[in-house]
Design a protein around this ligand. Sequence first.
Ligand SMILES: Nc1ncnc2c1ncn2[C@@H]1O[C@H](COP(=O)(O)OP(=O)(O)OP(=O)(O)O)[C@@H](O)[C@H]1O
Ligand SMILES: [Mg+2]
Length: 416
Amino acid sequence: MPLPKCWWAGPAEYPNSRPETFRDPCIFVYLRSLHLRHFRNYRDQGITFDAPKTILVGENAQGKTNLLEAVELLATLRSRRASRDRELVYQEEHQAQIAATVERLGVAHELVMELRSSGRRSLKVDGHVLRRQADFLGQVNAVVFSSLDLELVRGAPEARRNWLDGVLLQLEPVYLGLVEQYRQILKQRNALLKQDPKDSVPLTQATAGDQLPQMAFWDAQLATTGSRIMRRRARLLQRLQPLAAHWHRVISGGRETLTLTYRPQVPLPDPQASPAVIQAQFLAEIRTKAAAEHSLGSSLVGPHRDEVELCINGVAARAYGSQGQQRTLVLALKLAELELIEQVVRDPPLLLLDDVLAELDLHRQNQLLEAIQERVQTLVTTTHLGSFDAGWLKAAQILQVQGGQLFPDKTGDGIP
Ligand SMILES: Nc1ncnc2c1ncn2[C@@H]1O[C@H](COP(=O)(O)OP(=O)(O)OP(=O)(O)O)[C@@H](O)[C@H]1O
Ligand SMILES: [Mg+2]
């Protein structure tokens, strides 16, 4: 199913209601199989998923996270751990492949991603090589929840921006192009700010009849592309806010209120304002920071400096939240993300739980179980099955991960 172009189109098209709990199973997108060749520590390993829940159990450094990372790459084209494709390719090899069969409306589709230690990726859907990477997005959607996600609360603003971007990429594949364009513009503008000041005349100083100075050109580019990113992030947070607040209330037993607030560098009194209004504000903010930007040699205004404030009962969770509150918050954010993707795409995304389930107490495990029920295909990694709720173990497919290989776990105790 193609993704809607404008997913926030309005309440009539995408009602903000809770999804039905049980739906016709044939409409689900289902990751049926996965085949990894020379990917991370996997040489050549196939896997068929035959239950809605798969538990990957194994000791440290065996390849559990690597497998989830492969699925995350199919969903977002990004890995949170690797900055370059070279890291994803088996050490002695030059090329890796992730192949998957995804079932949608009962029809199987073949997805292939080829990664090279030097060179570009290639992406195929049903044997056709895609010209644009963005066309691959939306074939599989996934919500990843790992111990890294505590960074969402505790970490620097970049963690929260990356989270927003990861969700937006899945909801609206054109966002990939926007982010890439913005990155290039920022690079050029920063290079210019570091150059001789006579090349860097701010927009305000450009007089009629002047040849448009380079800096003014990059200011305008930054404002145009930056505003488009900001509007999307602002809308995303508006949609996530009620969902996250709902889950946070449920998990905290109604005692706490969560608020997510978008804090861009450019004041946005009305995120729904027209692009022209936001761009004008953006340029005005650049003018006020012009002197500082020139002396620092870097761009201080724009979505690359956005922040998202997470507050529990009006108090910043980053500084004051207890560990338990922070865990509850991250779980609420992840459930909100899952629910929003499900509302927009009309299919539940895959849920990838990397080493987090055992860290949740039984109450939170049950909240999660209840929220996802049978309709969300879930891959879970763990080093031991002991702390799992019986509900998780009952109908799950359990696989043992050992040195980049998978074995069926027959005993149910994690020992092959
Ligand atoms: N490009 C690569 N080529 C070969 N091996 C790799 C590559 N990248 C990572 N590895 C290996 O993969 C292993 C780590 O795998 P992974 O992160 O999936 O472990 P894990 O099973 O999730 O462990 P933990 O329980 O500690 O999280 C390490 O042994 C590492 O050396
Ligand atoms: Mg791991």
